[in-house]
Every structure is written in C-alpha cells, then in structure tokens.
Design a binder for this molecule. Structure first.
Ligand code: ARG
Length: 473
C-alpha cells in the first residue's frame, strides 16, 4: 500500500480501520499518532470517572494466624486492613473502621500470595506428537487464560513466565494487567534465547520443518544483543537464556554448556541496559558457573551445581530456582504422553541429583527462590513443590519464604509483593490448617485475594462477609 501507515490487518491501516477517508494516503503517520495520544486518554479517563467510587473500598481481613513472609513468629488474631488494592495496616486485634467490609477467615492461617518464579504459563503437557505437530500458536493462545486462572486459584498471585512461543505470555500478561482476565501478576520473558541446536531450538526434526513465526535462536554476541532488544521491544519484562542443554529437548547431553562466557556476558550487559534481569537455564556445572560469572540474577534448575558453583552463587548474590517436584511428574507421565526415550533417559540422570544438590544449596545458605516449571506439569499444582523442598532440607518457614519474600526480591518487586505489610498489594492467601506444622496445607488454599479483590473463597470457616458495624469485633 503506497504511502500507507502501519499495517494492522490484511493490509488495512489504522486510519482505514477507523474509517477515516484517505487518511492512510495523506496524513503523515506522526499526525495520526498524535491525534490518538490526545484523544485516547480522554476517552479512558471519562470511562473511569463514571465507575470510580468516591473513596477507595476498605476491607478488613481477619484470621487466627498470620505468617507475614518475613520469617518471624506468626501473629495471632491478625487483622489486615486494606484500602483499594493496597494494605494499609497489619496488627493484632486492630480496630476495624466502621465502613470497612469484614472478611472473617476464622481459624485459618493467612499468608502473602505465593510467587512462582519459574512457570511456562501458556501451555501444559499433552500428547507429544499432537502438541508438536497438530497445534498452532492460536491453539495455545486461546487456552492460556485457563492456566492463569488455575495458578491464581492455587494461591499464586505472582509468577514469572520464563519463556513462551509467539509472545503469548506478553498478551496474557497484558490481558491480566488490564483486568480483562483473572490471573497472577506476571513478569514474562517472551522468547527463551538459545544457541542453534540448543535447548531453545528444535533438534532431531527434518531441517525443512519450521516451527512458529518467531524463534529465540541466536548465536554470537551480536545476534544475542539483537535478540535481547527484540524481546524487550516485544514486551518482555525479563530475559531468559539457555546457558546449557535441557531435558525436554533432543541435544545429546543434558549437562553441556551452550554459550561461551563471552556470549553470556554480552547478553547480561545488554539486558542491563534495558533494565532487565536475566534468568539462565542450566543443568550442567560448567554452564551454571559461566552464567553466574556473567552476572545472571538466577540460575534455573541448577541440577549438577558443584561446590564452586555454590560458592559463586553466594558471592554474586544470585538466586537458584530449583524445580525439585518436576521429576515426579515427568517420570510418571511422560512415557504415556509419547515423549522420546532420549528425553526420559536425560530426566533419569537429573532427578535425584538435582534434589541432593538442592539440599546442599540449602545447607550452604545460597539464596533460593520458589520455581516449579509448571507447564511441564499441570498449572494449579504449583504448591506441590513446598513438600519436596521440606523433604529435601528446608523448614516449612524457609519454603514459604522462598515463595514469598525471596521470590519477590528476585523479581525486583519487594516493594509490592511477597510480604503482608503496609504499602504492599493486598495479595493474600489462606489455608485452614497450620502450614508450619504440615507444609502440605499450602496445597489446599481456601482463600485468594489479589490487589484487594477476592478470587477464591471456599473455606468451611467462611463465616460470611459482613460489614464492620454488624460484626463482632
Ligand atoms: N524444562 C526443564 C528442561 O527441559 C525440565 C527439567 C525437569 N527436570 C527436573 N529434574 N527438574 O530441562
């Protein structure tokens, strides 16, 4: 279309979609953009002004116990006061303002909304062949909202998506942020970046097959820098790099490094220029160390981490995000789902060693953030990993902190999520029993609030929602 503006749909320009005659041919593009920037905020403000309540809604949540994420002894007879989407006060038997709606959770334990620092929230395992060859990105895109909702209902009010095809994670995040869909607050990585033939590539297929429109494959410093820029431009909040080989891909060795330290350094530097943190996928000891020396914020999986890797992680203040539940599901289900034998053989090498090294890392005092790789197993099962972490060396409190304050720190969001404190988002979950005694209680979340809005409430102790004036205080 000669002289036309940006193409939006089948060659139509924005001007023609808005039925502005001849605009696409004559009006310079910047004028049109100007017009829109002037008009759009007015429309949006007007729409908001109509439904905006006079003052922010006040809510008081009461529960027998509060574990606030900061590691201290639980607070009994806890009250959390909320205005709009934020917490304004937390304390024992706080006086509840007369105009506040009271949510009384009775004997329940209240906690900060959980954070899963490693998910692939846009997909979930099904039959290998069907997923690989019969589904299009649209198939994935139309169901992704279900996974977001299940994650939220499991008590995970925040998550990182560490790699999705076709920027589906970007669209999902945007739809959640705008209030169109229920789901956790998301930080998304867009395309996972990896070397040719590496974990982000499709190996073992005919070279004539093309998968998807976009690929995160990049080799050498220049391509890596460009891929970081492309991801950022396309809406990524963080950068995911495959520093080494993987299980669910068909390279020979799961432990092999796949980038040089020089490449990783350039990628981390580039990401920093755009104010983005880097999460590095690495199972092998050498890949882990290269990533840590390059300055990544977190190493994901970290299965074969050695003593030097543990020392480096501590020295650099980097997080390990070890998906120690994952092996159970892969070993139980992936054969039935038709995954290649090579992949199952690689998982057999990783599973137990990763758990032993998790225990080592706990003992060494390395920073650990909760991350499950949900998407390799069903979304909504995110909390199953708590029990594994306790089985392999953490106290329940440490596991809770990994999924709250520590994960929030990794995300750079300590000021908004991960603890129940004034100023933070009112992201709260409740369980009926005492999770410090039995961490499996965290698998049975009965109440979920995100940003002051209740998304789930199934407590037997659901004593009803009453106004403060009518409720005993
Ligand atoms: N996405 C990871 C990979 O393909 C899954 C590893 C799962 N195994 C484990 N033991 N954590 O490498």
């Amino acid at each position: 279309m000669p002289g036309g503006g940006t193409e939006y749909y089948n060659g139509a320009t924005l001007a023609s979609l808005l039925s502005i005659p001849d605009m696409s041919m004559q009006a310079p593009r910047h004028l049109l953009a100007r017009l829109l920037t002037l008009v759009l905020p007015l429309v949006v403000t007007a729409a908001h002004a109509e439904d905006a309540p006079a003052s922010p809604r006040r809510v008081a949540v009461r529960a027998a116990r509060l574990v606030d994420g900061r590691g201290g002894a639980p607070l009994t007879d806890a009250v959390v006061l909320i205005e709009g989407e934020r917490i304004t006060a937390v304390g024992q038997r706080l006086k509840i303002p007369a105009d506040a709606q009271v949510i009384d959770l009775g004997k329940a334990t209240l906690l900060p909304g959980f954070i899963d620092a490693h998910t692939h929230i846009t997909s979930q395992p099904g039959n290998y062949y069907e997923d690989m060859f019969r589904k299009s990105p649209i198939d994935y895109a139309v169901v992704a909202h279900l996974y977001a909702r299940r994650t939220l209902e499991a008590g995970f009010t925040t998550a990182r998506d560490v790699g999705a095809g076709e920027f589906i994670d970007v669209s999902l995040r945007n739809a959640i942020d705008s209030g169109t869909l229920p789901g956790p607050r998301l930080q998304v990585a867009g395309l996972g970046i990896g070397a040719t033939g590496g974990h982000a590539d499709n190996t073992g297929f005919s070279p004539y097959l093309k998968f998807g429109q976009f690929s995160g494959v990049a080799d050498g410093v220049d391509e890596l820098r460009k891929m970081v820029r492309f991801n950022v431009k396309s809406g990524a909040n963080l950068i995911k790099v495959m520093a080494g080989a993987g299980v669910l891909s068909e390279e020979e060795s799961v432990g092999a490094p796949q980038y040089s330290e020089e490449e990783l350094k350039a990628l981390v530097q580039e990401a920093a220029m755009w104010d983005r943190k880097v999460a590095a996928h690495a199972h092998g000891a050498e890949a882990i160390k290269r990533a840590l020396r390059a300055g990544v914020a977190s190493v994901e999986h970290a299965s074969f981490i050695d003593d030097e890797g543990i020392r480096l992680a501590k020295e650099r203040g980097a997080y390990l995000v070890m998906d120690v539940y994952n092996d159970d599901y892969i070993m139980a289900e992936f054969k039935r789902l038709g995954y290649p034998a090579k992949i199952l053989a690689k998982e057999a090498l990783v599973g137990r060693t990763q758990r032993e090294n998790f225990r080592k890392a706990v003992r060494a005092g390395v920073k650990l953030a909760y991350g499950t790789d949900a998407g390799v197993y069903p979304h909504g099962w995110n909390a199953k990993q708590f029990a594994k972490m306790v089985e392999w060396g953490m106290t329940p409190m440490q596991a809770i902190q990994a999924a709250t304050v520590h994960a929030a720190d990794l995300l750079g969001w300590s000021d908004r999520v991960g603890s129940v404190q004034p100023g933070r988002f009112a992201d709260l979950v409740a369980v009926e029993g005492d999770p410090l005694r039995d961490v499996r209680e965290l698998e049975k979340v009965t109440f979920v609030m995100k940003g002051g809005e209740v998304f789930k409430r199934t407590a037997p102790a659901a004593a009803g929602v009453a106004s403060a004036s009518g409720a005993a205080q």
